[in-house]
Design a protein around this ligand. Structure first.
Ligand code: AMP
Length: 398
């Protein structure tokens, strides 16, 4: 069965068509500037040339119509008709406490996702638009919602509660939810396969280090803690997000800069992280690494502070699980950044970690980068959220 995986943003839409049995990628692409002048689609069938299609896309329905046309096109298409698409898997950012697993989409499920809009006002409405557009064009095809938050729903109360009046949790569901769950789940399971050990018997720390970044602690196959919170702003220092800080800083900066809370939160989301620490130089670790090697203080400061925060989380999660068998690096920086991986691991001698430099020099492939003697194993595992969504979708519809 072919599964269409859709990841809908406010003005973009990423898609992949995956054969669920062979797990082969059949085609993928991206629609950009939906509803904005200059919309375009990139479409890459597995055996053909990549195409750039510039065509107005007034809304997400128009974008999905273009995607379906491309997939079924006589010349560049990969399926004869839409009947060859067995199901659609939608990535949904926030499922709140309503969804601990993926679920078949019904009217009730749509309403429950909508009820979480408050918790992810930038993402969930766009995800819903994607679902509605697909339902309109493929009314008979089963649709599945796969949530970024679901994997973390196994966290115990002491890990998900904040130290604020309990009624805020009861009244408004203010708690830690965590994100990147599909990635943390996929990578931790893959780690167990690479180590040849039962998933249910391992203590794994997953460092998802991309432009957005989070760490999770996975004990005996269940997430027991994660660094992102009510929103993706908490936790690690990220490309442009601040991560953890004293909440009193917000009022302090509002007063000093004569800005609203909303404006300061915008700074914390979009102008902070390694971009802010490097005085606006870059949020991209390729640039920062060049700067670091050239001895430039802003890049050195940004990378050291980023690495130190990751190291602190690893320590916290090793403590939370009373040990750790494997630490995994994934996402853009985790998969492609031997330099930053080396910086992080240089702090971890206390876990018995020793790194094989030749293995650590590799990028973007599944690799054990620790030495055979290393007490705790260190793995690089390219994440594949789309494949994870396709697997979950197939499980529910087969
Ligand atoms: P993601 O959000 O997972 O797509 O990760 C994007 C980030 O990965 C970029 O902003 C870069 O910081 C980082 N990245 C990508 N390629 C490399 C590379 N070759 N070396 C270091 N960092 C990289």
């Amino acid at each position: 069965m072919n599964i269409l995986v859709i990841n809908c943003g406010s003005s973009s839409l990423k898609f992949q068509l995956i054969n669920a049995q062979s797990e082969e990628l059949i085609a993928k692409g991206l629609c950009e500037r939906i509803g904005i002048e200059g919309s375009q689609m990139t479409y890459a069938p597995k055996d053909g040339d990549k195409l750039q299609i510039t065509e107005p896309m007034a809304d997400h329905t128009a974008a999905i119509r273009l995607v379906l046309n491309a997939l079924t096109d006589e010349k560049s298409g990969v399926v004869k008709s839409l009947d060859e698409i067995g199901a659609v898997g939608h990535r949904i950012v926030h499922g709140g406490e309503n969804f601990a697993t993926s679920t078949l989409i019904t009217d009730e499920v749509l309403a429950a996702i909508e009820a979480c809009n408050d918790l992810a006002p930038l993402h969930n409405p766009a995800n819903l638009i994607g679902i509605n557009a697909c339902r309109e064009l493929m009314p008979e095809t089963p649709m599945v919602a796969v949530f970024d938050t679901a994997f973390h729903q196994t966290m115990p109360e002491e890990a998900y509660l904040y130290g604020i009046p309990y009624h805020y949790y009861e009244d408004y569901k203010v708690r830690r939810y965590g994100f990147h769950g599909t990635s943390h789940s996929y990578v931790s399971q893959q780690a167990a396969k690479m180590l040849g050990k039962p998933y249910e018997e391992l203590k794994i720390i997953v460092c998802h280090l991309g432009n957005g970044a989070s760490v999770s602690a996975v004990k005996n196959g269940k997430c027991v803690d994660t660094s992102m919170g009510l929103t993706p702003l908490e936790g690690l220092i990220m490309g442009t997000r601040s991560g953890d800080m004293d909440p009193a800083i917000i009022e302090f900066l509002c007063n000093k800069e004569n800005k609203s809370v909303h404006e300061i939160l915008n700074v914390l989301n979009k102008e902070s992280g390694v971009l802010g620490l490097s005085e606006g130089y870059s949020s991209d670790f390729r640039d920062l690494e060049k700067g670091y090697r050239a001895g430039e203080a802003p890049s050195i400061r940004a990378m050291k502070t980023f690495a130190y925060r990751v190291v602190k989380y690893i320590g916290a999660y090793a403590a939370a699980m009373n040990g750790v068998d494997a630490i995994c690096f994934t996402a853009g920086i985790g998969e492609n950044g031997p330099f930053i991986r080396g910086m992080i691991c240089s702090y971890l001698e206390y876990l018995g970690i020793a790194i094989n430099e030749t293995e650590n020099a590799k990028r973007g492939e599944e690799t054990v980068i620790s030495t055979p003697e290393s007490r705790t194993k260190v793995l690089v595992i390219p994440t594949n959220e789309e494949l994870a969504i396709a697997r979950e979708t197939f499980e529910l519809v087969k």
